[in-house]
Design a protein around this ligand. Structure first.
Ligand SMILES: [Zn+2]
Ligand SMILES: [Zn+2]
Length: 337
């Protein structure tokens, strides 16, 4: 068989395997939605528990809609790839051997006087390799922006990569972090509502004389699957809420990062897993992902702050990474390097 045909077959298999969790999610959501509405709520209403059934139906619909909406947006939105911003940062386009990276040109006179690197200011990089050289992806043959990581599944560098999510068949990065997070929130609520409402009714049914014979099998399955997924999803959502409030990605929470300190010629590097350069305070951290308008935080639309190639440094990180002389000479030495 020709190599081209073999490659095509291999790619088709990989695509199918990668997409199968999405199909599984779609099937589970479709079944649970129909089973909850038709088998559970309508049975309650038909049995005379009208108010209870209607109350459950009314609570369940908006959560379901928001969950499916967030999921579709998260799956369909690109996380943001370096390949789409190759020239956004001129100082990053140099090859790794040519120069150590560093607190780049944006620590010039205008930004150096301020506690934070300005949002939307000139591009900056503070993350480097362990030896102080610029981060560069050999596979993409592109420089790496701060917080960018190469995804082996996507085979691309992803801006502010959080992790690759097989359930979405997509990377979670700068551009789709919000819909992903909202999907977790609404999916957790979905599981909690189903579990909390179907469990007591199922137990009541089972405990009736000959109740087992009259039990709709959808009920115990709803209890089982909502309990099982809720058991994983609720703590997972809690973890991501904490990450969101700290402005940390999953990768940043378990991987050491290297930051350039002071003058680039010194190549002093701060290596730490706990140094969070992007922690701007809870509200600002949340705004970085969910957007500046609080009223839009729970709707999976809108764009995050910035284009994903640069991020404002916290004042603590700024004080730690920038030496007095960097500021006093207006960063001119940095520019000469
Ligand atoms: Zn790459
Ligand atoms: Zn990926």
């Amino acid at each position: 068989m020709a190599k081209g045909t073999l490659d095509k077959i291999q790619n088709a298999i990989i695509t199918t395997v990668n997409f199968s969790p999405v199909v599984l999610v779609a099937l589970l959501v479709s079944w649970s939605y129909l089973a909850y509405n038709l088998s559970f709520c309508w049975t309650l209403i038909a049995d005379g528990n009208v108010l209870q059934g209607i109350a459950y139906l009314v609570i369940f619909q908006p959560v379901s809609v928001m969950m499916v909406w967030s999921y579709i947006v998260a799956v369909r939105t690109s996380p943001g790839y370096t390949a789409n911003f190759p020239l956004a940062s001129p100082n990053l386009t140099q090859q790794e051997d040519e120069t150590p990276a560093g607190i780049s040109q944006s620590l010039g006179a205008d930004v150096g006087m301020q506690p934070l690197l300005q949002r939307g200011s000139r591009p900056s990089t503070v993350m480097v390799k362990r030896d102080g050289r610029a981060r560069f992806c050999q596979k993409c043959n592109l420089p790496k922006y701060d917080r960018t990581h190469h995804c082996r599944t996507c085979k691309k560098c992803v801006l502010k990569m959080d992790h690759h999510c097989p359930w979405l068949n997509n990377c979670i990065g700068h551009q789709n972090h919000k819909p992903f997070y909202l999907f977790l929130v609404y999916c957790s609520l979905y599981c909690i509502i189903i579990f909390a409402t179907t469990l007591p009714e199922t137990l009541r049914m089972v405990n009736q004389p000959l109740g087992l014979f009259g039990l709709d099998l959808n009920w115990p399955f709803l209890v089982f699957f909502s309990g099982l997924f809720g058991l994983f999803l609720v703590p997972f959502t809690g973890f991501h809420t904490n990450q969101l409030m700290q402005n940390r990605t999953t990768i940043e929470s378990y991987e050491r990062s290297n930051f350039i300190m002071g003058h680039r010629r010194n190549r002093d590097v701060l290596t730490s897993r706990y140094f969070n350069a992007w922690n701007l305070g809870r509200k600002e951290n949340v705004m970085q992902v969910l957007g500046p308008k609080v009223s839009n935080w729970f709707i999976p639309t809108g764009k995050p702050e910035g284009d994903g190639t640069t991020y404002p440094l916290s004042s603590y990180a700024y004080d730690t990474l920038v030496e007095e002389e960097d500021v006093s000479d207006g960063g001119r030495d940095l520019e000469r390097q």
